[in-house]
Every structure is written in structure tokens, then in C-alpha cells.
Design a protein around this ligand. Structure first.
Ligand code: SF4
Length: 396
């Protein structure tokens, strides 16, 4: 929605507003709850999501949030919606042991966009193309929660790991969506797709045989895991059409990678880059669309020197086929580094302006003018070539 008026129109006449609140959507969730209550004074606002787990007290301050579920809510959401009075205002919930327990989503229950959204033309309830592959796009999950502990992320500290969605169920769901709506490409929106080799081997074995089509897909990996299982990685790319490989490279400096507790090294990053460059060349030679990176890069990390940032940009320049996704570091609550910087009074973000605008200033003491110049291409000599990446400040 583009305006408060559109939002208001969409909220009139409902008895219940259910919201998954994340830190960067907290200000919008609060505004939506207030508008909803004004328009529907007897309506109820039910909330949950990551921000409810990591910043429960901020959620409690919003009087319009009638119920606040901390932790994964999949097992109680139906009971909650049926009988909200049976729950206290704030309550914890436990997730399922495996995604195999989740019923398949009936996407036709999603709101059908109308009016202002129609020019985008897409096959609701699938999604429009966002630049990763052709539309209509089917977004799916095969796993929840990444087991690593990068200090800017830490989702694993709040949501327990769980079993993956069985491979057969995943394939059945995609086939069904394709039959009914015509899938153009797939986004496997797991925080970390490339983990558990036994699952990935089963996927390679079954998916090419059972899927109606090998749709190009986007999914995430880590550079160190690619280095650990290169044959498995290459087989997935080539045999299942993993066309856009998202990797959180973050930095080209070992010092900064250690600071982020990334548990990946520059050598790991270089290995993944060389491998994907080579696989892409192979694919091109046989007339296939070459695999590319969706490369997540963080700049303006507190403690990062200019030379660290130059190393990062040089690393990016080594990727032959890449969609760069660059952001300035953001001290979100809930992450280890975020907690530390908030406690030290260095965060420029607050509950009124948590956001995901990748190029805004978020930490006190960082020389943002240098980073703007760096991305605008003013350090060609240091980087040895094309350096204008201003258009790559993208939120993933
Ligand atoms: S940044 Fe990536 S690898 Fe690190 S914990 Fe988050 S999802 Fe996992």
C-alpha cells in the first residue's frame, strides 16, 4: 500500500487483525493497529512474530495489541483466532517439531490485491516477479531457522530448530501450484537452504524426476558450506536449476568476518566465487542460462576500516554474474552486536524508526560520507575498475 488512506480502506469492517511483527515492520504494525482500532472499535488485534520474542516490552507498550504471542505460533494460531478470550495478553507458544506437521498453505485465503496493485499483473495467489526469476513466483519454505550464530542475525537464539519439510511434500506442493496457477520461478525462502546433505541428496534424487518442470529458483547457502560440499553444490545447481545462489558474503576482510562471528573466511568466500564463476561458464558453453549470485554485502560495520571496505568491494568485483545486495550494517535488537551497540548508545535506530532502508545511517561514529563515495565510484584507483554500486543498496 502506498498511503495511509489505502491502508484505512483495507481495514474497514473487520473483526480481527492478525499480524506477524518483525523489528523493521514494528512501526507499521503499530500504526496499522491504531488505524484498525479507530475504524473497528470492537475489533481485536492479535500479534506475534520475531519482534514479539525479542522486544516483548516494546510490544506491550502498544495498547492496541490485544494479544502478543512470543515464540513460534503455528500450533496455537487457530485456537487463538477462534477464542482469543481464552489467552492472556502475553503468552509463550511452542513450535511444531517438524515442518512436516504443517498443513499446506491454502494461498487463496491470502487477500487478493485490487485497484492500485493491478498494473503489476500477476497470477494471484502466486507472486509477481521481483528480479530473481520470471513470474508468477511461488515462495516456499523447506526449513526454518539457520543454525549459525552471526552476531548481526541470531534468529537461532529465539526460535528452536525444527525438522525440514519432507522433499515429497515440497514437490507435491509445487506441482499442485503449477497445475492450478502456472509457476514461472520459485523462491525457497529458507534462511539457509544449503544444509543437511542427506536432505539435499534426496532433493537432487527426486526433484528432477518428479517435478512438473525444473523452475529456476532462488535459495541461500554459506560460502564455507559450499567449500565443504562442492560436488553436492554443483549437482544442485546443474541438476535442479538452482539459478540464483544467495550467499551472505558480508565482507572481504577476515578481520571483519571474525568480528561478525561469520565463521567463514575470505578463502571460503573466494572458493565459492571461483566455483560459481566456473559453473556459470560451463552452463553458458552448453547454452544454458548461467547461475548467478545474489550477493549479500554489509558495509559500514562498526570497527571496519577503509581497507576492509576496499577488500569487500574487490571481492564483489570478482563475481562474474552477480546481483549485488548491499546494505549498511543495522543494529537490530535481538542480535548480539545490536544489543551491544544499543546498550552503548551507538544505535541511531529506535522503535519509532526500525526499518530496512539499506542506505540510511544507523550507527553513531561511522563515516557514512566515505561509504557513499565508495558506492558512487570515487575510489576507482583503490579498487581497480568499475565501482559504482549506488544502485545496489537493496534490501533482501
Ligand atoms: S546471517 Fe545467514 S548464516 Fe548467519 S545466522 Fe543469519 S541466516 Fe545464518
Amino acid at each position: 500500500m502506498n498511503s495511509r488512506r489505502q491502508l484505512q480502506k483495507a481495514l474497514i469492517g473487520y473483526r480481527m487483525l492478525i499480524m506477524n511483527v518483525r523489528s523493521y515492520t514494528f512501526p507499521m504494525a503499530r500504526l496499522s493497529a491504531r488505524l484498525f482500532k479507530n475504524l473497528n472499535p470492537n475489533g481485536l488485534v492479535l500479534t506475534g512474530g520475531m519482534h514479539a520474542s525479542i522486544a516483548t516490552e516494546e510490544m506491550q507498550e502498544v495498547q492496541e495489541f490485544d494479544k502478543i504471542c512470543t515464540g513460534p505460533g503455528e500450533k496455537i494460531i487457530v485456537s487463538l483466532a477462534k477464542d482469543p478470550a481464552a489467552f492472556p495478553r502475553v503468552f509463550p507458544a511452542e513450535g511444531a517439531k517438524s515442518m512436516g506437521e504443517w498443513p499446506r498453505i491454502d494461498r487463496r485465503l491470502w487477500p487478493q490485491p485490487a485497484g492500485w496493485f493491478l498494473p503489476l499483473k500477476f497470477n494471484w495467489p502466486l507472486e509477481p516477479a521481483c528480479g530473481w526469476g520470471p513470474g508468477p513466483v511461488a515462495t516456499v519454505l523447506t526449513s526454518r531457522v539457520c543454525p549459525w550464530q552471526c552476531v548481526f542475525c541470531n534468529e537461532n537464539s529465539y526460535i528452536p530448530n525444527m525438522g525440514r519439510k519432507p522433499v515429497d511434500e515440497l514437490i507435491d506442493e509445487l506441482n499442485d501450484l503449477d497445475e492450478r496457477f502456472g509457476v514461472g520461478s520459485v523462491v525457497i525462502h529458507d534462511s539457509m537452504f544449503f544444509q543437511n546433505p542427506s536432505y539435499l541428496k534426496e532433493f537432487i534424487d527426486k526433484y528432477p524426476r518428479r517435478a512438473r518442470k525444473l523452475w529456476p529458483y532462488w535459495a541461500a547457502a554459506r560460502a564455507d558450506s559450499v567449500r565443504q560440499w562442492p560436488e553436492l553444490f554443483e549437482a544442485l545447481v546443474k541438476e535442479t536449476n538452482w539459478n540464483t545462489v544467495s550467499i551472505g558474503f558480508e565482507s572481504g576482510s577476515d578481520r571483519v568476518l571474525r568480528l561478525l562471528n561469520k565463521e567463514c573466511t575470505v578463502e571460503d568466500n573466494d572458493f565459492a566465487i571461483d566455483l560459481v564463476n566456473r559453473i556459470g561458464d560451463d552452463m553458458e558453453k552448453v547454452g544454458r542460462t548461467p547461475v548467478k549470485f545474489w550477493a549479500n554485502i554489509i558495509l559500514a560495520i562498526p570497527g571496519e576500516t577503509r581497507e576492509d571496505a576496499f577488500q569487500t568491494m574487490r571481492m564483489l568485483r570478482r563475481m562474474k554474474r552477480v546481483l549485488p545486495s548491499i546494505s549498511y550494517y543495522a543494529p537490530y535488537p535481538g542480535s548480539v552486536l545490536g544489543h551491544q551497540l544499543i546498550a552503548e548508545g551507538k544505535s541511531l535506530m529506535s522503535k519509532d524508526n526500525y526499518h530496512r532502508f539499506p542506505g540510511s545511517e544507523k550507527t553513531r561514529g561511522v563515516d557514512y560520507a566515505f561509504y557513499r563515495d565508495l558506492l558512487a565510484g570515487k575510489y576507482e584507483k583503490e579498487l581497480g575498475g568499475r565501482t559504482n554500486y549506488s544502485d545496489a543498496l537493496i534490501k533482501a
